[in-house]
Design a protein around this ligand. Sequence first.
Ligand SMILES: C[S@@+](CC[C@H](N)C(=O)[O-])C[C@H]1O[C@@H](n2cnc3c(N)ncnc32)[C@H](O)[C@@H]1O
Length: 332
Amino acid sequence: MLIDRVLAAVDRRAALPLPAGTDVLRLADDEADDCAGLVVDRYGPVLRLEVRGVALPSETTALVTALVDATGADAVVARLRTAGGESALFRLHGEPPPLHVVHEAGLRYAVRAADEEAAGAGLFVDQREGRRLVRGAARGTAVLNLFAHAGAFGVAAAAGGAARVDHVDVSRRCAQWAALNLALNGVDPRAHRFLVEDALDVLERAARRGPAYGVVVLDPPTTATRKAKGGKARRFRVEDDLPALVEAALASLLPGGLLLASTNHRGLSVSDVREAVLGAAFERGVSLASVDELPLPLDVPSAQDPVLRPMRGVTARLAGSPPAATAAPSRA
Ligand SMILES: C[S@@+](CC[C@H](N)C(=O)[O-])C[C@H]1O[C@@H](n2cnc3c(N)ncnc32)[C@H](O)[C@@H]1O
């Protein structure tokens, strides 16, 4: 039964070594945990189910009761996503707060687990390793966080000692959310930037100005509408636009700098992202010291399957000495 398989997955998580000070994790992961179409994430006291299908499974009520018993969660919400791209949110247990604070590796993040509008809760479980790598690479340098959403990468960068983080997102609400997340960690948001702009425009400007960032995070959505100059809207599609984005990102990186490039688009594999990075480096005449697959955390076991893998990404290190303690660029 689905309930038994989900509870077995929850049990397996108890043995995993999570970073200290972490209460956000994946409890059940789709086909990798033998519960196809269902993902269960824990955000502190709130469980968030992602269900693919036309309706919630018939066992949902019993499943929620079993999950609450097993985890002691205060509230459970579910996001149902249909193949047609529609989505609906259900409050299944307790009173999910509109915003609450969770922890990862000792850092604090405000999440909106029951938000109808937000793309996710604000902290994507599958990017935990990416945040760890950015935290480790940010000391003393300027960081460009493109498609920043709630600024989770920015929090990690600031905690790692970034000289400044430039967050870029078209949504003003996301800019405010990212500033709140910095403040929650004792970081003064006024020392950082929140550009409510099209990331492609910012990146084009940054590429024209030349190398200025020690870390660039490029984690675009699969598709988005972007306003072209002159007011005409055009569709952004990651499979078409990733190579140009990567090229511009490489042009804005200092020698020794780190690029994190990732996508959730199932039509792209890790190899495709790697090829985009290698191709862009060739076009730009940039030497890369390394290109590594971006690891997924152990609580996301679908990482082992190239098709099911939710996040496909690489980190690329430019040749040269790491750009610690460089001056932050004066304009983004
Ligand atoms: C999936 S989220 C990115 C997740 C984020 N990197 C993280 O780790 O939390 C996608 C974000 O891109 C933003 N976005 C969509 N199109 C954009 C564009 N053309 N320029 C800048 N931001 C955009 C959305 O508002 C959304 O916050």
